[in-house]
Structures are given as C-alpha cells and as structure tokens.
Design a protein around this ligand. Structure first.
Ligand SMILES: [Fe+2]
Ligand SMILES: [Fe+2]
Length: 311
C-alpha cells in the first residue's frame, strides 16, 4: 500500500497546450443565430412525449431553452460540487498517499478544467437569458440528494470513498447530451462548440478516472469492495435517471399540474428511459466487468435489482 504506483499513464502531459480553458475562445464570445435551436430536439427527453411534441413551435423553442438550462445547471452543480471536492481530495498528500505524484498533479488540472466548464456553463446561461428573455428555473439537481442518501445509508467512515466512487462513476459515464449535442446542426453554434470542447476535456478525465479506478479497486479489502460495489447502481441511476422534479417544473410552464404529472409518468414508464440508461452506462459497466466486479455475487445482485446488467 505504501509504495508509489507506476501504473499510471498521464493524458495531461500537454495540458498547457490542449485544455479548453487555455486554448479555446469563451463560448459567450459567439453570437446566437435566428432560426437555430438552443437544445437538440433529438436529445430532449420531454419531446419524446406526443403531447409535448405537439406544442406550437414557439413553445417548443422555449421548452428547449429550459432543457438546455437544466443541462447547464447540472454541469455547474456537478463539477463545482462532488467532482472538484474529490479532485481536491486526491491532490492532498495525506489521501491515498501511495498514489503517484503525477496522478495527484493531474487531479489539480482536472479541478481547473471543471472550474472552467462550470464558469462557461454559467456564463452561457446568463447570455441566453439575456437573448431569449427566458429565465433559468435555477433548480438544484436531484443527484445531490441521491448522493446524500447513499452517504447516509452507509457507515460514516465510508463518506469519502463514496464520494470518490460517485465521481469515478460520473466521470466515466457518457451522456447522450455530451456526445449528441455537438453533431446537431439545428443547434446554436456556441452551444454545440461548448459541448464539443467539454467532451474533449472529458475524454481525458474519463481516461484518468478509469485508470484511477483500476489502480484503486484491487487495493481495497473485499469487505469494502462489496459495500461500495453494491451502491454503484444507485450512483449510476443518480446521474442517468431523468430528474423528474426538474422536468416537471419545466412542464408546468406549459401544462397543468395534472397534465405534467401524467406526462412524467408516461415517460418514466416507457422503455426509452431504461434503454438510454443502459446505453450510457455501457463503458462504465465494461470497466467494472473487466475488473471482475460482477464475479462478486452481492455486487452482481445489486446491479440486477436495479435492472442495469442487461447490456
Ligand atoms: Fe467537465
Ligand atoms: Fe470531468
């Protein structure tokens, strides 16, 4: 446990010349264009519902703006919250002291990347508010509450490790928004470029946290592996399951309370949601599989209970 590990291959050697914060123009420098959407219709969860999809076009445009805000607000909360808390933790000499110095140094680079992503997302919200006159609902995403619930369900001494794994899961998951948004030519260029730049940095973060997981997991005692492994499905769902509270607040801008609840219920009972979650969690599940997590029956059972194992 004490010996520094040499297994890590850094993807941050050229960080000074490749990180979005150091090389790219700020997304707010680009003007919006008439006739382009603020969010991808293909990525919109709500437009999957026929009643939402048959709203007049101007209302659909407003709904897309609110869905974009939801995505951007989520980014700000996630990256300034658990991700950077954990990056700072990894950086500390006293936390997992056997980690190589290079890994600790790279955690600080990720911290800077995430701070920049959050700032860009935040500034984009302000700029779009000014342009569209539609205000963000500024809702706190539900995943924070889910994380708190997971922490409260386990012994206090596991808190840091739970946060670490929560971040490993979030940084290795691929969301449709990050990959789908840049390719949608009907979306505002400033937003597509922001999503593409973000995805470029996140590719490196993904590689980092995958290696971090592969180095950390075998060093954990089996008892800890079982405890952490069994709550991983909850973490995956905390990120990928649609935030029904936030979505309902968006729907309430266009529908009655009763109609909004019906639409949410229809959406979450459809296959679209679970299929999307299975697809987005595929790389993470592959990583877990390669590290033999599903040979531990309690972990496998937990994934099955949460309907996450069918790939
Ligand atoms: Fe990020
Ligand atoms: Fe990241």
């Amino acid at each position: 446990m004490e010996r520094p590990t040499h297994e890590y291959v850094s993807r941050f050697k050229k960080w000074q010349d490749t990180a979005v914060v150091r090389t790219k123009d700020h997304p707010t420098l680009q003007d919006f264009e008439e006739g382009l959407n603020f969010f991808s219709k293909k990525q919109s969860i709500l437009l999957n519902h026929p009643r939402v999809n048959s709203l007049p076009e101007d209302k659909i445009q407003s709904l897309l703006v609110l869905e974009l805000y939801n995505y951007l607000e989520f980014t700000v909360w996630l990256e300034l919250g658990p991700v950077n808390e954990v990056c700072n933790l990894i950086r500390l000499p006293s936390f997992l002291p056997w980690l190589s110095q290079e890994m600790k140094d790279d955690a600080l680079k990720i911290y800077v990347d995430e701070g920049a992503h959050a700032e860009m997302a935040f500034s984009l919200i302000s700029k779009i508010e000014e342009y569209t006159k539609i205000k963000s609902l500024r809702l706190e995403p539900n995943f924070l509450k889910e994380l708190d619930d997971i922490i409260l369900s386990q012994p206090k001494e596991l808190e840091k490790m739970i946060k670490v794994f929560f971040v490993i899961i979030s940084e290795t998951l691929i969301t449709g928004t990050l990959t789908g948004l840049p390719n949608d030519e009907e979306v505002q260029k400033a937003i597509r470029e922001f999503a593409l730049d973000h995805a470029t940095d996140e590719g490196k973060h993904h590689a980092y946290f995958k290696q971090f997981f592969e180095i950390l997991w075998p060093k954990m005692p089996e008892e800890l592996q079982v405890k952490i492994g069994s709550v991983l499905p909850k973490m995956i769902l905390a990120f990928l399951y649609p935030d029904t509270h936030v979505l309902k607040q968006i729907l309430l801008q266009f529908f009655s309370e009763e109609e909004s609840s019906e639409i949410i219920n229809d959406l979450i009972s459809s296959d679209i949601i679970l299929n999307g979650i299975r697809k987005s969690s595929f790389p993470t599940k592959n990583m877990l599989k390669r590290n033999k997590l599903f040979t531990i029956s309690k972990i496998k059972d937990s994934f099955n209970e949460h309907k996450l194992l069918k790939m």
